[in-house]
Design a protein. Sequence first.
Length: 221
Amino acid sequence: MMITHRRRRIAFRTLALSAWAAGVLALTACSPTSSDAEGTAAAATPSPAKGENRNEATASANALPAGKVSPSPANKVPSPPASATSPAASGVGSPAAAGTGGEDDGCDHKMPISPDEIAVYRYTPEGGSLSLIIRHGNWGCGTPDSDGAPFETVGKETYLPLDQAAYITVTNPIVASTENQPIGVQEFLDWLEAHPDSGLVFQYHLGADGAIDHLEQIFTP
């Protein structure tokens, strides 16, 4: 009986040791050492802050396409300042500005006074001699919508003696012709009296006595 009882206690002890060893192995297998190590490593790795995430997102959104380079302020070429003497602002004195409509029309805008052409306005017999009331002038520059250059008078009205035997030729509107037709002195004076201040242009010639001995009308359209 003693032997049997001892064997049972030995068997029970062996069974208990086996169960303890199995529990130790199970606990070792389920040990959190590896999980803790992984968790510790993950915790040791710093996660990006919220501000850094926002900055990275903004930087990604603003990134230029491949091959494009964003110009820096130092590389920008400044625009040249507007010149006060640009061609658009310096038209004064240029040949184009002198002509009509800003173009060079080839006309001399400073023509001298014509030495032998006058505009005739009226006549007067005062002083016992016949004289034409005239004004001197020169030919100006015509415009594209005009029929010809105008005779631009200058100065005041003056007198020129007219020889009563002068040779006079006239055109339209004194006679119905565009070519000069001879006319008598009295006929010419009658027309001037009926049409005062007409300003018709004539080329004249003075005789030895200083009076007009030849008067030829200049046809103007």
